[in-house]
Write a protein that binds this ligand. Structure first.
Ligand SMILES: Cc1cc2nc3c(=O)[nH]c(=O)nc-3n(C[C@H](O)[C@H](O)[C@H](O)COP(=O)(O)O)c2cc1C
Length: 328
């Protein structure tokens, strides 16, 4: 799949944008484990044009994360255009527009998935953003607002007409939020629409190599994007690639590998946000890294009270040496 000047190879596996999860530290970790492209958390265009520091910081990334997309959201064409110009100053590989976020604080303000109820505005915003920057612009959205308005086949074409270079589709409606299972049929219809020339990236519920293979072969998408299944499990990218290449299932990472990657992640978080904030932000990742490890709940409680890297490292190292719970 090629987007603009970026060649992502065949069957690329991308890390989805995830608010409060896919910060620079986690994006680096996922790139180290085979993610072919990563995206920032979504950034509010309104906040960016107000020069909110927190939002500008969300657009920062390391060269080691490339290829990277900066994702912006909003419902005002002017603000989105200006936000895109600000995002472009960081020179990412692409700028992605979020038209899929279902959460109240975004959709009830007319942004994110709410634009699926106002297609003319969605198309207008996209056209303005495309004209404002020389970088490729892509869109991430859902199949429709609700069961009665699954408009994605038409919408994808209209967005292509105003210049998007790829579209990512999460196979749920806004009304579904994250419930039920993703319906990939419409993603396949977009891909098979003979008028659709730009790459289609499929997203929703992929959590293993076999599932990834099924989606690539059944729906013919150009790439897949992984969200929740990567949390605490950055190995998923290489797992999927191994399976796609030679139908092999990689062994699960052992405890020392988990600890090592978790500590690298913690180190990066501290490097980027300072020890206090890095340690707090890392808290949401431990359960994922040590999922299924007997007795980890108690260890986690212990980690959550620690305030320094060294203390957390010691607790995790005791875990490996078996003094606490033994290897698994
Ligand atoms: C905690 C969380 C945060 C998310 N934040 C964003 C976001 O900032 N931008 C976006 O486009 N989608 C966001 N999403 C949606 C995901 O990118 C993805 O489309 C969705 O989780 C479905 O993919 P999955 O089944 O692989 O998780 C978020 C999802 C979750 C669970």
């Amino acid at each position: 799949m090629i987007i603009g000047k970026t060649d992502l190879g065949e069957f690329p596996v991308l890390l989805a944008p995830l608010e409060d999860i896919t910060d620079s530290a986690f994006r680096n970790i996922c790139r180290m484990h085979g993610a072919d492209m990563v995206y920032t958390e979504f950034v509010s265009s309104e906040a960016l044009v107000r020069s909110a520091v927190k939002s500008s910081n969300k657009m920062l990334f390391d060269n080691t994360e490339r290829p990277v997309g900066i994702q912006i959201f909003g419902n005002n064409a002017d603000a989105m255009k200006n936000a895109a110009i600000l995002a472009a100053e960081n020179n990412p590989e692409l700028i992605d527009i979020n038209f899929g976020c279902p959460v109240r604080k975004v959709a009830m303000k007319g942004a994110g998935a709410a634009l699926l109820q106002n297609i003319p505005l969605m198309v207008a915003i996209t056209g303005e953003v495309v004209k404002a920057v020389s970088l490729p612009v892509t869109v991430k959205t859902r199949i429709g607002w609700d069961e009665n308005s699954k408009v994605i086949v038409d919408v994808a074409e209209r967005l292509q007409d105003v210049g998007i270079q790829a579209i990512t589709i999460h196979g749920r409606t806004r009304a579904q939020m994250y419930a039920g299972v993703a319906d990939w049929t419409l993603i396949g219809e977009v891909k098979n629409n003979p008028r659709m020339k730009k790459p289609v990236i499929g997203n929703g519920d992929i959590d293993s190599g076999p599932k990834a293979l099924e989606m690539f072969s059944q729906f013919g998408v150009d790439a897949i994007m992984i969200g929740r299944a990567a949390i605490g499990n950055p190995w998923i990218f290489n797992d999927i690639k191994t399976f796609l290449q030679n139908r092999r299932i990689n062994p699960l990472p052992d405890l020392s590998e988990r600890v090592s990657v978790c500590l690298t992640h913690l180190n990066l978080a501290i490097e980027k946000k300072g020890e206090y904030k890095g340690i707090i932000e890392m808290r949401k990742h431990y359960a994922g890294y040590f999922k299924g490890l007997p007795g980890f709940k108690k260890v986690r409680m212990d980690i959550l009270t620690q305030k320094s890297y060294i203390e957390i490292k010691n607790i995790l190292n005791i875990l490996i040496s078996g003094n606490s719970f033994g290897n698994h």
